[in-house]
Design a protein around this ligand. Structure first.
Ligand code: 5GP
Ligand code: MG
Length: 209
């Protein structure tokens, strides 16, 4: 078995020093790309408490609740919200794509999974990161109803203030924002920035480059 090899000739203090500065430059790298923080982490956390209480109260009489989250954007929101909801939840995820890497919706909603969740007769809480044109929530809600869901309620972290291409509104929405492209707290640009703990606006130089 190979063992980590301590370097006797290299003082431990120098190793710690280098690690510290390497860590600092890494952690700043992502935040440097953000022009503006739109919704801070503490604000999101407080609001999630409110939304979670509403979900709990609305579904408290259900024996169990089926949650369907849309990947990958809903990952962070779903994890933080659902841990605040003390109901018997069953969680399924759906892989859906509508952006294909840029900053504008492609207008087409693709279901990427081979097998869709079994929601027959179930009351479903559908979770997504953001309601933008509305095409994704409309298409997925319709699909869940086709699959036999008894009821579909929709829940998003963000709702963009704009006219929708599809007729849909969220039953639960944590924040309303202006019509601009945002990242963080699950939302990506070209696959990155989902792990930002807040919602922010990217510097234009990052999008152009
Ligand atoms: P819709 O179908 O409502 O137009 O868009 C829904 C999907 O588009 C969201 O699930 C999200 O993945 C993506 N989207 C919409 N607006 C934004 C945005 O401002 N930033 C990011 N990163 N994704 C967005
Ligand atoms: Mg999405």
């Amino acid at each position: 078995m190979q063992q980590a090899c301590p370097r006797d000739d290299f003082p431990v203090i120098w190793g710690l020093f280098i690690d510290f500065f390497a860590g600092l430059s890494l952690s700043f790298a992502m935040h440097e790309d953000i022009e503006r923080v739109l919704i801070a982490e503490e604000v999101i956390e407080k609001r999630l408490d409110v939304i979670a209480r509403r979900v709990h109260d609305d579904f408290a009489s259900e024996e169990s609740l089926q949650v369907v989250a849309i990947l990958k954007g809903a990952l962070v929101f779903m994890a933080d919200l659902l841990r605040r909801v003390p109901l018997r939840l069953e969680i399924e995820c759906l892989n859906v794509a509508s952006y294909h890497g840029g900053t504008e919706s492609s207008g087409q909603v693709d279901f990427l999974d081979q097998k869709l969740p079994d929601v027959k007769g179930r009351c479903v809480l559908l979770i997504d990161d953001i309601l933008d044109t509305g095409r994704t929530l409309a298409a997925v809600s319709e699909k869940l109803r086709e699959l036999g869901a008894r009821e579909v309620k929709t829940c998003v972290l963000l709702t963009k203030d704009k006219e929708r291409a599809a007729e849909v509104e969220a039953d639960y929405s944590a924040f309303e924002i202006a019509d601009e492209f945002v990242v963080g707290y699950g939302l990506d640009y070209d696959g990155k920035y989902r792990n930002l703990p807040y919602v922010g606006v990217l510097s234009p130089s990052v999008i152009q480059s």
